[in-house]
Design a protein around this ligand. Structure first.
Ligand SMILES: NC(=O)c1ccc[n+]([C@@H]2O[C@H](COP(=O)([O-])OP(=O)(O)OC[C@H]3O[C@@H](n4cnc5c(N)ncnc54)[C@H](O)[C@@H]3O)[C@@H](O)[C@H]2O)c1
Length: 322
């Protein structure tokens, strides 16, 4: 199959490396209004793709079966929708979309057209985090009190410097993917504030997000783009869970890359392999992004809460099983 990568910024290297290692997908086109970014990516990996600034232009230059959507989050819905409307499969970076109606629209469109729609969920699928989830499931009984801190430093902030609510828009969905693995009761209400801390760096901000659940469980997440590497957490965050008679903590060391490497391929590579497996499966093409709608419902409520400055009820995710 032939892919067009749309968006050639920081995260594109990770995808190119994984797709080249997989061998089942050829990178036929690189699409970015920033032509230099696309050329630099091609040079770095010795690719010879078609270069384009739009999907239409790319399709006029090269055959395309699948779009890899690596644009900033507020472009995800439009770019994925355009691709699906043109009969192309979509693998997209997170978040699937910024609100539940847009995400549902994409899932329905993919299903109606028999196309793959898959979204990156590398933090929720991290093997270390899944082991922690298993510890919680085996030892604890809900309701739970869960806290998570994810403080991230970036070598290049990219779109985040100009993004309204960058932490909630870009980072929070990882924590939502993760907490949904720990607390299975329906979430009811989200309160979110995000405050820019531009005195540290233009993209720097801190978000505080509290989620209430129907079984009484409570999740509080502190996410931020900070500057000093000494203070950062692992990108998976630092997690604490308490229940009656049970306590567990997961705090991976961000400096211990060796240990992570020993655990096998990184979670993002496993996710990309699973997406490519799904593309090549013999029977009906699945829409794995449907399983991510719960995270988008939380993101939708969090963004509304940050804008309106009040708690917001989490929208109900309709049953989208085929
Ligand atoms: N899963 C993860 O762990 C992870 C980590 C980092 C980033 N991401 C996600 O990857 C995406 C991109 O992040 P990044 O760090 O590479 O950002 P970036 O700012 O470095 O790159 C974005 C690129 O998209 C291009 N672009 C903007 N609008 C476009 C359009 N309409 N069509 C084509 N190209 C367009 C920009 O010119 C830029 O080159 C975001 O959704 C982000 O959330 C995921």
């Amino acid at each position: 199959m032939k892919a067009a990568l749309i968006g050639c910024g920081a995260i594109a290297s990770r995808w190119v490396r994984s797709l080249l290692a997989d061998h089942r997908i050829e990178i036929a086109a690189l699409v970015d209004p920033d032509k230099q970014a696309a050329r630099a990516l091609a040079d770095r990996y010795e690719l010879s793709p078609a270069f384009a600034t739009t999907l239409d232009e790319a399709r006029a230059l090269a055959p395309v079966d699948v779009v890899v959507n690596l644009t900033p989050p507020d472009h995800h819905y439009r770019v994925s929708r355009e691709a699906l409307s043109q009969g192309l499969h979509v693998l997209t970076e997170k978040p699937l979309a910024l609100n539940l109606p847009d995400a549902l629209d994409l899932v329905h469109l993919a299903r109606d057209r028999g196309l793959l729609l898959a979204v990156m969920q590398n933090r929720g699928a991290d093997p270390g985090f899944l082991a922690f989830r298993d510890t919680v499931r085996l030892g604890g009984r809900p309701p739970f009190v869960v806290t998570a801190d994810t403080l991230v430093t970036l070598s290049g902030p990219g779109f985040r410097s100009g993004q309204h609510l960058p932490v909630t828009t870009d980072l929070a969905v990882h924590a939502f993917d993760q907490v949904r693995a720990l607390i299975t009761a329906p979430p009811t209400e989200v309160t979110c504030t995000e405050t820019p801390t531009g005195f540290l760096a233009p993209h720097s901000a801190l978000a505080a997000i509290t989620v209430r659940f129907a079984d009484g469980s409570l999740f509080t997440h502190r996410g931020g783009y900070i500057v000093d590497p000494f203070l950062r957490t692992d990108a998976n965050g630092t997690w604490c869970v308490e229940a009656r008679g049970f306590a567990a903590r997961w705090a991976p060391d961000p400096a211990n890359r060796q240990k992570a490497a020993e655990a096998g391929p990184p979670a993002y590579q496993r996710c990309i392999t699973a997406m490519v497996d799904a593309l090549h499966q013999a029977d009906a093409i699945p829409v794995p992004a449907a399983d991510n709608l719960g995270s988008i419902a939380l993101l939708d409520a969090a963004l509304q809460s940050a804008v309106r400055r009040r708690p917001i009820a989490v929208p109900e995710v309709p049953d989208v099983r085929p």
